[in-house]
Design a protein around this ligand. Structure first.
Ligand code: UDX
Ligand code: ADP
Length: 486
């Protein structure tokens, strides 16, 4: 085989990273057969569903890309062995959550799925295979993958000794909600590795649609560390602005004016400066904790502490918002109905991993609140998993109640619409910046709520004038004026 010419790709893991990334590669490279495999049969069935609205992940523009390539050169299946065997290049795109027990619990990544993949690849691969690490991983994972691939061959049969591997790191920088745009027009593509042929083979794939000067080549460690560092820097900006938002609230400043003023300094820039309920998503927290774990491991506890504070401030911001709600509702939310608008960790995704909504909702449930949760894309089953609590009442029964049920047990239900959610509620919490929440009929909403009625806008997306004109009390993140009025 000419090492620089890839004809068949296998991607292990059909999730938020593997799914969209492979769809775009297949779309842009019709000459390459792309097989996306996963252990999860239901997920694969959903990727193959004729009804493109039922794809397992919601991502704007994904349906069109899948429609163009699926069945032509994009295939989803659970046939992992044969997909690995026929591939010139295998992407590892499986989940790497933070360890929940053992050494590094709560900090290090759990690499059991990556390890399982490496073992599968070493077993089923044939000839020369380029293995690309795509999952977010701690630095030096590529070395671990290499060790598994090499050691699996030692002492193996003659047939197996004909196998060879090159390992590359190709971190994913797509952000959910804008994944297709990020994949089609990336700021950069990063390829780390020592085997030049393998690096060029992967660069040639991206070169089909990405400008040559945007394809960066580094050594393996730089590539892995760049991913963690990029996410740590982005998350740090959010914790920084959220800390300033709290200060704005007590001093009478408006964080949006501060954001504009500091963002117009070209050294700071305007992006990633929006204060809110804190960052969520599968990467930021995990990557920072990984970074901190590495720092501690290499004898840099001060550096570890520096980054850990970015995460601590994020948790503090979420708890602070829940406390503000309780304080303003006369110090108790027990039995009160609260409408939660948005459960996804950001707009335009159905992903709820590390969503600020989870921490805020759990804090309010502990206080005995009755939550009516509305999100245009998140399923009730997902909310129930995240809150570790079954849905308490079904739509239509308790929904119209206007008096609180005096119970100290918190509960939640999924509301079918925004109006269902707010009916009988004492307060509305806007947690995700879905477009639907930007232009609401506040007069109608006010008429459906129990008085005094409150809006807590943690994303500052709704129009403050309209809200106040309609008669509602308003708290907005980082808004000194609304804080003084409270
Ligand atoms: C992030 C990185 O952006 C991406 O490059 C990496 O590959 C994966 O992690 P993602 O988590 O999907 O992507 O979304 P992102 O847009 O980065 O948002 C992360 C969190 O920060 C969200 O909860 C979002 O609401 C929050 N955020 C973002 C803010 O609170 N304010 C901002 O100004 C920007
Ligand atoms: P990410 O956001 O990193 O894409 P997801 O959890 O959305 O993470 O997707 C990871 C996918 O990887 C899941 O669908 C999971 O079933 C799949 N997976 C994990 N381990 C394996 C494995 N050994 N073989 C095949 N698929 C796997």
């Amino acid at each position: 085989m000419n090492k620089t010419s890839i004809k068949t790709i296998c991607c292990i893991g059909a999730g938020y990273v593997g799914g969209p990334t492979m769809a775009v590669i297949a779309d842009r490279c019709p000459g390459i057969q792309v097989h996306v495999v996963d252990l999860d049969e239901t997920r694969i069935q959903a990727w193959n569903d004729k009804d493109l609205r039922l794809l397992p992940i919601y991502e704007p523009g994904l349906d069109e890309v899948v429609e163009r390539a699926r069945g032509r050169n994009l295939h989803y299946s659970t046939e992992i062995e044969s997909a690995i065997a026929s591939a010139d290049m295998v992407f590892i795109s499986v989940n790497t959550p933070t360890k929940t027990k053992g050494i590094g619990a709560g900090k290090a990544s759990d690499l059991r799925w990556v390890e399982a993949c490496a073992r599968q690849v070493s077993k089923f691969a044939q000839g020369h295979t380029i293995v690309v690490e795509k999952s977010t991983l701690p630095v030096r994972t590529a070395q671990a993958i290499k060790s598994i691939l090499i050691s699996a061959q030692k002492g193996s049969s003659n047939k197996e000794r004909t196998k060879s591997f090159s390992v590359l790191s190709n971190p994913e920088f797509l952000a959910e909600g804008t994944a297709i745009r990020d994949l089609e027009c990336p700021d950069r593509v990063l390829i780390g590795g020592e085997d030049e042929d393998a690096v060029e083979a992967l660069a040639a794939i991206y070169g089909q649609w990405v400008a040559a000067n945007k394809i960066l080549r580094t050594n393996l460690w730089s590539s892995e560390l760049s991913k963690l560092t990029a996410n740590a820097f982005l998350a740090q900006r959010i914790s920084s602005i959220n800390s300033v938002a709290a200060l704005c609230e007590v001093t009478g400043a408006d964080v949006r004016e501060v954001e504009k003023a500091i963002g117009s300094d070209s050294r700071i820039g305007t992006k990633f400066l929006q204060s809110g309920p804190g960052f969520g998503g599968s990467c930021f927290k995990k990557d920072i904790l990984n970074l901190a774990y590495l720092c501690n491991h290499f004898g840099l506890p001060e550096v570890a502490e520096y980054w850990e504070n970015v995460v601590s401030l994020n948790v503090w911001q979420q708890k602070r918002i829940a406390n503000i709600v309780v304080q303003n509702l006369f110090g108790t939310v027990s039995g009160k109905r609260l409408a939660i608008l948005g459960f996804a960790f950001k707009a335009n995704t159905n992903d709820t991993r590390e969503s600020p909504a989870i921490c805020i909702a759990k804090s309010l449930l502990e206080e005995g609140a009755q939550l009516a949760i509305y999100d245009p894309k998140v399923e009730a089953k997902q909310i129930s998993n995240d809150l570790n609590l079954q849905e308490k009442f079904t739509q239509g029964s308790d929904v119209q109640k206007s008096e609180p049920a005096f119970t100290s047990d918190g509960g939640w239900c999924k509301a079918k619409s925004i109006f269902d959610a707010v009916t009988g509620a004492d307060a509305i919490l806007i947690i995700t910046e879905w477009d639907d929440f930007r232009h609401l009929n506040w007069h109608k909403i006010y008429s459906l709520m129990r008085k005094p009625a409150w809006v807590f806008d943690s994303r500052a997306v709704a129009d403050p004038k309209e809200i106040k004109l309609a008669g509602l009390n308003l708290w907005r993140v980082g808004d000194g004026a609304s804080y003084e009025e409270c």
